[in-house]
Ligand binder design. Structure first.
Ligand SMILES: Cc1cc2nc3c(=O)[nH]c(=O)nc-3n(C[C@H](O)[C@H](O)[C@H](O)COP(=O)(O)OP(=O)(O)OC[C@H]3O[C@@H](n4cnc5c(N)ncnc54)[C@H](O)[C@@H]3O)c2cc1C
Length: 414
């Protein structure tokens, strides 16, 4: 028997387990470990603060998403011993493996920003929406907000779903318009990047949208901390931004057990070959999804584009063959733009987001890099696709590799 252990039953771990179970490889046991039984549809967190999603809508049982051929262990992972090929779990039990996949994602770490978790501000005037309880608390805070300075802030890159804070700013503009109090709210988008986004072409387009919605941009903001007394967000270059409401995306780090096992980089992400997803340090370890250090977005869509490559590479590795499959960094992100429209970005390691149509070159129906109603409907439909097609490992009519067919390079000009 070959023992394959997957650490994490989130988006990536569940999809991988489903695909491997379907592959019916002889003499393979698949064990998936996660710390609880609550699988969260994280893209839904964005809408909870605005009351358009209910918290209970985004949670389902993990066990129910996993194939019957998979053993699910509900345990906290404490450490991996790559030399002994063991995973140490809470309660001093250990799990032996022949092959290991790390799919433990990334977690928001508000403790990494001095002053942010001070009780005078945390969950009083400073909130996150990258956790379910954060999104719920922010819902109440927005409902009670009577106006003032709202900062929408990214602490440090990389973060998962790097467009989500921009979407939050666009939706906040809509939300306050809906409440007829937009004139009372001064919104500033605060980012460590030199523009609205990481990719120059998309950054220019998204920066224009900020301008159109009268949202200020504070760029190159390397956060030093929060002053809870003065209610300011401070940068290393001496800027102090006052706030009445701070919506921050805290530093995102890999799982603590990755750090404690010496398997991560400075932020706890697992260094892997960006094409094969094999650990650069240990040949029997692979990683997928947000847990890796691959230089593309951290997104569920990325985990989906990675998973077939990983199945092929793991199968080959277990058979003692060279790794055949190469992931190209393909990512796509829907960006809610407010007023019932969304943009769609499609890119990979080598190619900037392009204009054109997606997924089919002539018929689309989704428009790349432009705001449209159909993109917004696509974003909303993603939830059903997630639970019913992605997690059970069913095929989707979207190529894993980025296709150049029908696409036009966009210019960064306004
Ligand atoms: C607000 C928001 C909006 C988003 N919007 C989109 C979107 O529109 N489109 C998109 O593609 N992506 C979006 N994402 C990103 C997407 O949700 C993630 O990229 C995706 O879930 C990553 O999957 P993963 O399996 O790598 O990590 P996760 O799904 O986070 O799973 C990691 C798992 O590891 C487990 N784990 C960690 N440490 C331990 C431990 N010590 N012991 C046991 N278990 C452990 C966790 O419990 C978790 O279940 C969004 C994310 C957020 C927060």
């Amino acid at each position: 028997m070959t023992r394959l252990v997957i650490l994490g039953a989130g988006t990536a771990g569940t999809m991988l387990a489903s695909k491997l179970a379907k592959a019916n490889l002889p003499d393979l046991t698949i064990t998936v470990v996660d710390q609880n039984d609550d699988h969260h549809y994280q893209p839904g967190y964005l809408f909870i603060p605005f009351g358009t999603y209910r918290p209970e809508q985004v949670v389902r049982s993990r066990a129910a998403q996993l194939s019957k051929q998979v053993t699910f262990l509900r345990q906290t992972i404490e450490r991996v011993d790559p030399d002994g090929r063991q995973v140490h779990l809470a309660g001093e039990s250990a799990l032996a493996y022949d092959w290991l996949v790390i799919a433990s994602g990334t977690a928001p770490r508000p403790d990494q920003t001095p002053g942010l978790m001070d009780e005078r501000v945390w969950r009083r005037s400073a909130f996150d929406f990258y956790t379910l309880d954060g999104a719920e608390a922010l819902h109440a805070a927005l409902a009670n907000f009577e106006g003032g300075r709202l900062l929408v802030h990214i602490s440090e890159m990389p973060i998962k779903c790097p467009v989500a804070p921009l979407e939050f700013a666009f939706l906040a503009d809509d939300y306050f318009r809906g409440r007829r109090m937009r004139h009372k709210v001064d919104i500033t988008y605060v980012t460590p990047l030199d523009g609205a986004f990481t990719k120059p072409v998309a950054s220019a387009r998204l920066g224009n949208l900020l301008e159109e919605k009268s949202i200020r941009l504070a760029s190159d903001f390397a956060v030093a901390g929060v002053d809870p007394q003065a209610s300011t967000l401070n940068s290393y270059d001496g800027r102090h931004l006052p706030f009445d409401l701070l919506v921050t995306v805290p530093v995102n780090m890999g799982a603590q057990f990755v750090i404690d096992s010496g398997l991560g980089d400075d932020l706890g992400f697992v260094p892997v070959d960006k094409h094969t997803l094999q650990s650069v340090a240990h040949e029997r370890i692979f990683a997928i999804g947000d847990a890796t250090n691959v230089p593309t977005s951290k997104a569920g869509a990325v985990a989906h584009f990675e998973v077939d490559h990983l199945v092929r590479n793991l199968t080959a590795a277990m058979a003692g063959q060279p790794l055949p499959s190469s992931y190209d960094g393909h990512a796509n992100c829907f960006v809610e733009a407010g007023r019932g429209k969304a943009l769609l970005l499609d890119f990979n390691y080598d190619t900037e987001p392009l204009t054109g149509l997606f997924p089919a070159p002539v018929v689309g129906p989704m428009k790349l890099l432009g705001a449209s109603r159909i993109n917004h409907l696509g974003k909303l439909a993603f939830e059903k696709i997630y639970w019913n097609l992605l997690l059970p490992g069913k095929p989707l009519p979207v190529p894993n590799e980025m296709s150049m067919s029908g696409k036009v390079p966009a210019t960064a000009k306004k």
